[in-house]
Write a protein that binds this ligand. Structure first.
Ligand code: GAR
Length: 202
């Protein structure tokens, strides 16, 4: 099944980040050069020192910082997050290096409307530290995936993937850099597919 109700319109996006925000930048750039027809209405970070916040400000995008430390309960934090998100009623929520697991409550609330990018060829290497784990396992191929977010961690339907060969002299850092280059290509493409109604909803 696909969702085609967004075809032709300017998609509104809220982007969630925790760090550098280079994927956020690739989306800002893809909007600026009209590769995708979208508008980022807010960038939300759980870290006040995330460099992605500066990228957003430079692009004239509203930023919100909502640190998670003061919330002991995951759902409680996610309810605060949802209050921010709902002020913008986005068509799509983009997780771009947002390093928190979302509660089932949040995921259900925005079902079919959250995309995540993960640095591996899912379903392989869910979780963290993917590049080192790929090298340790002697894999010859690695990559990145954009997927719809469901309650299963890194487990929703895959929208698009990019493959990267693992070179003999790769370490985790060199591999991370090459995978990241591919992430910057596929995330805007995934948003375009969503806009075209070509994202599987189940
Ligand atoms: C990216 O490599 C992204 O795939 C990864 O964090 C990095 C964020 O970089 N996400 C995850 O590992 C989520 N499980 P960025 O802040 O420069 O976009």
């Amino acid at each position: 099944m696909t969702n085609d109700q967004n075809q032709g319109k300017v998609l509104t996006l809220v982007v969630l980040i925790s760090g550098s925000g280079s994927n956020l930048q690739s989306i800002i750039d893809a909007i600026a050069d009209r590769t995708i027809k979208a508008r980022i209405t807010a960038v939300i970070s759980n870290h006040s020192d995330a460099y992605g916040l500066e990228r957003a400000s430079k692009a004239g995008i509203e930023t919100i910082v909502e640190p998670h430390q003061q919330y002991s309960d995951r759902k409680q934090y996610d309810q605060v997050l949802a209050r921010h998100v709902d002020r913008y009623s986005p068509d799509l929520i983009i997780l771009a290096g947002f390093m928190r697991i979302l509660s089932p409550w949040f995921v259900t609330r925005y079902s079919g409307k959250i995309l995540n990018i993960h640095p591996s060829l899912l379903p392989k290497y869910k979780g963290t530290n993917t590049h080192q784990r790929v090298i340790d396992a002697g894999e010859t191929e690695h990559g990145a995936s954009v997927h719809l977010v469901t309650e299963e961690l890194d487990g929703g339907p895959i929208v698009i993937q990019a493959r990267v060969p693992v070179e003999r002299d790769d370490d985790a850092e060199s591999l991370r850099r090459r995978v990241l280059e591919q992430e910057h290509i596929i995330y805007p493409q995934a948003i375009k597919l969503f806009a075209q109604g070509k994202v599987p909803t189940e």
